[in-house]
Design a protein around this ligand. Structure first.
Ligand SMILES: *Cc1c(COP(=O)(O)O)cnc(C)c1O
Length: 425
């Protein structure tokens, strides 16, 4: 492993090598110990796996941001890494694995049916395809080409329009926007196939309960996008228990499965229809959204792992990490610290460090850039130095630290580096 010459003064290189190799060792070493495969036999038990990040010159980062896709979201726990590595050793029939994993996850998450998709976005596409098939009684291979001439309307609140609308639109549907409850009631037509509820949307006049009731009065299925809305763990069955026909979660965010996995949970009838549009069927909109055996098994293992966790203990640990950082920076002039827990998505303690940049001599955006330029590179939450993402809790004078994706020992590093950057020379 090589580091650029400006290797950080504070961070010890040995420590970094220590934890990164320990993490990689769990992934690489175990299958060689347990495998009897001839193909693998030349590899000795003690061979340490090649560090491809180093080989490619891609830097490892300290994730003080959160489960952001652009930062590769979460790191899988060792138990999940082992399941992925073990699955890689043997071929299976993909369809069998899809069905069995879905049945298993449905049981564990208390819903009728489940499907491992390649992410929440793909789950939304498959959900849309299922609702088209449900409303029109047509086979999956007509999606999207013939959808223009079918029942094809999806009702969405204006405040719930988002970038993931693409996931529905690629099935050829048309989105019908509503604002008031009256709009919503009037929007149902014989062409309506589904509604989509973006669970963590801010604004939107119609709450999730009323949204569901009105749709079901019209016999229209509801999909909920709850991609980033775990923790709490119980959300994994809360929304399907409410009666949402389909609910998607990202597998690689708080659930800490593989980043290219997700869950579509819901009623068996709709999950079965979603499967029709899924790979390995090649004549289907979901053909390009393949989840490999490793990721399917990883998703199952992540669900098992998650159901052994405890929300209170996790939140306490995230707060402890925030306290570690606060201890380092609290003597910076004008510094005010706050812990903020967003209501729905990313429902974990975030550390807000607000100060007067005039007095301290550096803005939060400049701090963010400095930590990026250091080795190891630290990524702060993207809300740093801007308003909007965390309501009134952050603005141009706030550094935002997400502590939940930090690995052991990293809160100390983030705290020390922040203090160094915020201290006068
Ligand atoms: C992250 C996210 C998605 C996409 O999740 P993937 O698993 O990366 O596909 C969709 N919707 C919302 C609201 C998200 O936050």
């Amino acid at each position: 492993m090589t580091f650029p010459a400006q290797d950080s003064t504070i961070f010890t290189r040995r420590r970094f090598l220590g934890w990164s190799q320990a993490a990689l060792a769990t992934l690489g070493a175990v299958p060689f110990l347990s495998s009897r495969s001839d193909a693998l036999s030349p590899i000795s038990e003690s061979a340490s796996p090649e560090d491809y990040y180093a080989k490619l010159g891609v830097e490892k980062i300290i994730n003080a941001a959160g489960t952001y896709t652009y930062l590769t979201a979460a790191v899988m726990p060792p138990q999940v890494q082992r399941a992925v590595a073990e699955a890689a050793l043997h071929p299976v029939v993909l369809k069998d694995l899809q069905i069995a994993s879905g049945d298993y996850i449905a049981k564990r998450l208390r819903c009728e049916g489940a499907l491992v998709s390649c992410g929440a976005s793909a789950a939304l596409t498959l959900a849309t395809a299922a609702c088209i098939a449900n409303a029109n009684g047509v086979p999956a291979n007509l999606i999207p080409e013939s959808v223009g001439g079918m029942k094809n309307e999806v009702i969405v609140q204006k405040a719930h329009r988002y970038e993931y609308d693409h996931a529905m639109l690629l099935c050829g549907v048309r989105i019908v926007e509503v604002t008031t409850l009256d709009d919503y009631r009037r929007a149902f037509s014989p062409r309506t196939i589904m509604t989509n509820f973006f669970n963590s949307a801010e604004g939107g006049e119609i709450d999730r309960q009323i949204w569901l009731e009105v749709a079901h009065k019209h016999n229209v299925p509801c999909h909920m996008d709850a991609a980033a809305d775990m923790p709490p763990i119980e959300n994994l069955w809360k929304y399907t228990s409410m009666g949402y026909d389909l609910v998607c979660f990202s597998g690689g965010k708080g659930i800490r499965g593989p980043q290219n996995a997700g869950l579509l949970l819901g009623k068996k009838h709709f999950i079965d229809l979603a499967m029709e549009s899924n790979n390995p069927n090649s004549d289907a909109v979901g053909r390009g959204m393949k989840v490999a055996k490793e990721q399917i098994v990883g998703m199952v293992a992540a669900v098992d792992w998650l159901l052994e966790q405890n929300d209170e203990a996790d939140q306490a640990e995230y707060r402890r990490r925030a306290d570690v950082i606060v201890r380092e920076v609290k003597t910076i002039p004008t510094m005010k610290t706050e812990i903020f827990v967003p209501a729905v998505a990313n429902h974990v303690p975030h550390l807000m460090l607000a100060y007067d940049p005039q007095v301290v001599g550096i803005t939060p955006k400049q701090v963010q850039e400095r930590l990026r330029a250091q080795r190891p590179r630290i990524e702060l939450n993207p809300a740093t130095g801007s308003s909007g993402r965390f309501g009134s809790h952050s603005n141009e004078n706030t550094i935002v630290v997400g502590t939940w994706m930090l690995q052991p020992g990293e809160a100390e590093i983030v705290g020390r580096q922040l203090r160094a950057v915020l201290s006068p020379p």
